[in-house]
Write a protein of this length. Structure first.
Length: 183
């Protein structure tokens, strides 16, 4: 299989991570998978969620936990793997927005896509689709929705395939044969 960029979108608890992990396993039958985790265990609930995610992953996959500098940490090691599974862009955007006062999130997303192009591995990126809910009632929430929406559009425009997950069911939005408009 040739190198490809895949974006998996969906809402909370839609089955995105399960679908992405199954896809990664199918595409890397020899197990050369790097799981890139962006979550931070800032409270007990997140600690439990992270533990559950760790348990759900195959034991032969490597894990890189990096909440902010994905590109810096991936660049020296990504070519060791057949598949890179990043879960998730949503938390990464959150982390970037909370860490930087000037919110250069889209620039960081472009750097991430440049990193993909410079590596040999296929990538599977997981992200939430937050544009289906109500408009957030506060400025930070609206800024977050806007930033993540822009990142998702940028990644989707560059992706070879995009899948939307709803209630555990995949809906193909874009396949390698489809054309997309540029952002």
């Amino acid at each position: 299989m040739s190198k490809r960029l895949t974006l998996i979108l969906g809402g909370r608890r839609a089955g995105k991570s399960t679908y992405a992990q199954r896809l990664a396993g199918e595409r890397a039958p020899d197990g050369r998978v790097l799981f890139v985790a962006t979550a931070e265990a800032l409270d007990e609930d997140m600690s439990e969620r992270i533990s559950k995610h760790r348990e759900d992953r195959p034991p032969d996959w490597d894990t890189l936990e990096t909440p902010l500098d994905i590109v810096g940490e991936l660049t020296p090691i990504a070519n060791r793997y057949d598949i890179l599974l990043l879960d998730c862009l949503t938390l990464w955007v959150t982390n970037l927005m909370l860490a930087e006062s000037d919110h250069r999130v889209l620039d960081e997303a472009r750097r991430l896509l440049d990193c993909f192009r410079e590596q040999d591995a296929s990538w599977i990126l997981v992200s939430n689709e937050v544009g289906l809910g109500v408009v957030p009632s506060n400025r930070l929430g609206r800024d977050f929705s806007d930033e993540l929406g822009r990142v998702n559009q940028l990644v989707a425009s560059q992706a070879d395939e995009v899948t939307f997950i709803a209630a555990g069911l995949p809906l193909q939005l874009k396949t390698p044969e489809d054309q997309s408009f540029d952002q």
